[in-house]
Design a protein around this ligand. Structure first.
Ligand code: ADP
Ligand code: MG
Length: 705
């Protein structure tokens, strides 16, 4: 069932109508401009207002002409004395001579039409001009001044001019004109931020802040820490935290259940494992169990670096549920991952005589029917699958626990859908990529989290180095030697998008080349666009050691477990996300051999790209890598483009506003404790904030409560 369907439609408060008017309503904005703006910025006036300047032009400098510095931006009041108009068809510029009491200048125009220049700068009249000045043959020239105004209209010349990020087809003038119109329509809105917070930071009211950010006067005003920007960022974070808390309030509205099994299955599992649990696994399993013993519905995030052993932790939670007779589902982001979880969990459960189920979108109809029947009648206690688990026809006999192997690809919505497939369903989210706390909060709100911060013993550190890709021949020669010694290696080619044909081609070409260069290593190729059978055969021959080299796209990112493989080569490392590279690197360093990871990059590297590779070389700590990545790239990219339903901030910058997020969380808690249904005038203000950030769905939950 669609979780939205139970709730009545949300009505936008009237106070916001002006802000949500379409951009074409603004003077100077026609369909064409609105179309351009829509692509990059949005279609409403409020979207334009959230498009903040990235620079400021200072037009206050009015030097004497002889003192002008080459290349300086100057504003001068001058008398126009002469025009040197080029003959028709000539490529010579149109030169205008002008002067004031300090000296003379030339104003230059190229390719002008008609009498434009004559009208702009009439002889014998004074004009204020502003633009970039240059010295040329002992004379000051200004080519195509930014502004020309008559002295009596000096007020029209902006002293400080905001600079906006532009997209193709947009000129600064177009955007500034539209922005002027938008700024004129800013309403006064009631305050939603706690007065004590406002006072503490001396933040302006919303409408003041909004106007001020568009009128910067110094570079300082553009900083994320300026009072105006910080205030607007806080608004956005508060809306985010409120919305998440309300979704959470809604999803825990239904009473949870107590899952307290007798421990029999769990003991059997532990007894048959060839190793003992790490201290961290043991602790996290107990943290989960404590939640399971309570009537509140569990929503817990389990974070653990690659190879920390999350699968086993999840399995213990699922077995507890199974001991009580209820069912568990494990939701994986891709088919390959679902298959891998299925394989490793099947192996662990085999000694217990338990067979888990597997549900994928692409399955033979008969197979699918059998699994669905087993889930519906309760014969299957543990099912592993992809998005297919969320489909309408999927029913459980008694679902008690949903484990989401997140990879940041599922949103709040998917978790709600799974929750509705049973009653009082507990949710456990596993993230292989460690998320900095700030990001976790914006994606999940205030949820409980557990860290598996210890790896199974005996893991050797991985040495990471980098080389430009034109040294590939040397690398292959070296590889030949070590593979002949019996080692195994991964060679990863980038595949950012599973539908990217060019990347697949590049991987295939690399494979052909490596097969020719290293025939004794029996290289195998796997990528996401192969049929499952071919891929499984290739993986299997690598797993058994028959093949020494596996050429792969990122399908081996997670879950692949071949302890003997000790070498990882990542081609075009500059194209990968750090977190993803860390995942890939986690495929080695699982066995007894010392392991290595080589990052092949295409030179030259940008400064950021080279800083990113350096982080990989310096650190094996997933948390640190994620934090550094956040600083270098910003949250949108760290969380990955594929995330759904997770916030994208336009005003807040988590690399700077992390402390504001913490405050927003606290204010959210206070509000929901004191006024859970957002009643009265105080409540209305918060609803206005939610509507301002289009967190409409959160507001509709109030009606459902
Ligand atoms: P991840 O946290 O990356 O999902 P996995 O659950 O895939 O890690 O576990 C990685 C590997 O470590 C698997 O081969 C698993 O069997 C093994 N493993 C898990 N827990 C332990 C442990 N306590 N001692 C030794 N090996 C373990
Ligand atoms: Mg795993």
């Amino acid at each position: 069932m669609n979780p939205e369907s139970r709730y009545k439609r949300f009505q936008r408060p009237e106070a916001l109508f002006a802000l949500f008017a379409p951009l074409v309503a603004l003077p100077g904005v026609g369909d064409k401009l609105a179309g351009l703006l829509k692509k990059k910025i949005g279609s409403h006036i409020i979207d334009l207002l959230r498009h903040l300047p990235v620079g400021v032009i200072d037009r206050t400098k009015r030097p004497d002409i002889p003192n002008i510095e080459h290349g300086a931006l100057v504003t001068l009041e001058v008398l126009v004395t002469k025009h040197d108009k080029p003959p028709r068809q000539s490529r010579r510029p149109w030169r205008v001579f002008a002067e004031n009491e300090t000296g003379q200048i030339e104003i230059i125009f190229f390719r002008t039409k008609g009498d434009y220049v004559e009208k702009l700068l009439p002889i014998g009249q004074k004009r204020i001009i502003s633009g970039r000045a240059e010295w040329f043959q002992h004379k000051v020239q200004i080519a195509h001044p930014d502004h020309v105004v008559a002295p009596e209209k000096a007020g029209q010349l902006p002293l400080y001019e905001p600079v906006y990020p532009l997209t193709a087809g947009l000129t600064p003038k177009m955007i500034q004109k539209a922005m002027h119109g938008a700024l004129d329509r800013i309403p006064d809105l009631p305050e939603w931020i706690e007065p004590s917070i406002l006072a503490r930071f001396q933040w302006p009211e919303w409408h003041h802040a909004m106007r001020k950010v568009h009128h910067p006067e110094r570079v300082h005003d553009l900083m994320p820490g300026s009072p105006e920007r910080a205030r607007l960022a806080y608004d956005e974070l508060l809306a985010n935290q409120m919305a998440l808390a309300m979704v959470r309030q809604e999803s825990t509205r239904e009473q949870g259940r107590i899952f307290a099994g007798d421990g029999q299955l769990r003991r059997q599992l532990i007894d048959t494992l060839p190793f003992t649990l790490t201290g961290a696994q043991d602790r996290v399993i107990r943290e989960i169990l404590t939640d399971q013993h309570q009537t509140d519905r569990m929503l817990r995030l389990v974070q653990g670096d690659v190879g920390a052993g999350k699968t086993l932790v999840a399995l213990m939670a699922m077995l507890n549920v199974m001991e009580t007779g209820a069912q568990s589902a494990l939701l994986a982001p891709t088919e390959i991952l679902a298959r891998q979880h299925f394989a490793s969990i099947s192996a662990m459960l085999a000694p217990l005589g338990i067979k888990p189920g597997l549900l994928l979108g692409k399955m033979k109809a008969a197979e699918k029917r059998e699994v669905l029947a087993g889930m519906a009648n309760g014969e299957i206690g543990i099912v592993i699958g992809t998005h297919a688990l969320l489909s309408d026809g999927v029913e459980f006999h008694d679902l008690g626990l949903a484990v989401v192997d997140e990879q940041h690809r599922f949103g709040v919505r998917q978790r709600l859908i799974l929750g509705e497939k049973g009653h009082g369903v507990d949710v456990l989210v596993m993230t292989a990529t460690p998320i900095p706390r700030t990001l976790a909060m914006t994606a999940y709100g205030d949820l409980m989290s557990s860290q598996i911060d210890e790896k199974p013993p005996g893991r050797k550190p991985i040495t990471t180095t980098s080389l430009p890709i034109d040294r590939a021949d040397d690398v292959i020669a070296r590889l030949k030697t070590v593979l002949a010694e019996g080692k195994q290696a991964y060679w990863i080619c980038p595949l950012v998008d599973e539908s990217d044909v060019l990347d697949v081609q590049a991987a295939e070409e690399r494979f052909t080349m490596l097969k020719a260069a290293l025939p004794h290593a029996n290289p195998q190729l796997v990528h996401g666009r192969m049929d499952a059978e071919t891929r499984d055969t290739a993986m299997e021959s690598f797993r058994t050691g028959e093949a020494k080299l596996l050429v792969a796209t990122t399908v081996v990112e997670v879950g692949v477990d071949v302890p003997k493989a000790s070498i990882m080569i990542i081609e075009h490392a500059e194209r990968f996300g750090l977190a993803q590279m860390h995942q890939l690197r986690g495929r080695v360093g699982r066995g007894h051999d010392a392991s290595s990871c080589l990052l092949l990059y295409k030179a030259p590297l940008s400064e950021t790209a080279s800083a990113r590779l350096q982080i990989m070389k310096d650190s094996n700590d997933g948390f640190r890598i994620a934090e550094e990545d956040l600083k270098l790239r910003g949250p949108g990219e760290v969380l990955g483009r594929r995330q759904s339903g997770d916030p994208e901030f336009t005003l807040a910058d988590l690399a700077y506003h992390g402390d504001l997020l913490e405050m927003a969380r606290e204010q959210t808690l206070t509000i929901l404790t004191e006024n859970p249904k957002l009643e009265g005038a105080d409540g209305e203000r918060i609803k206005l904030l939610l509507a301002l950030f289009e967190r409409d769905r959160a507001v509709t939950y109030l009606a459902g409560g």
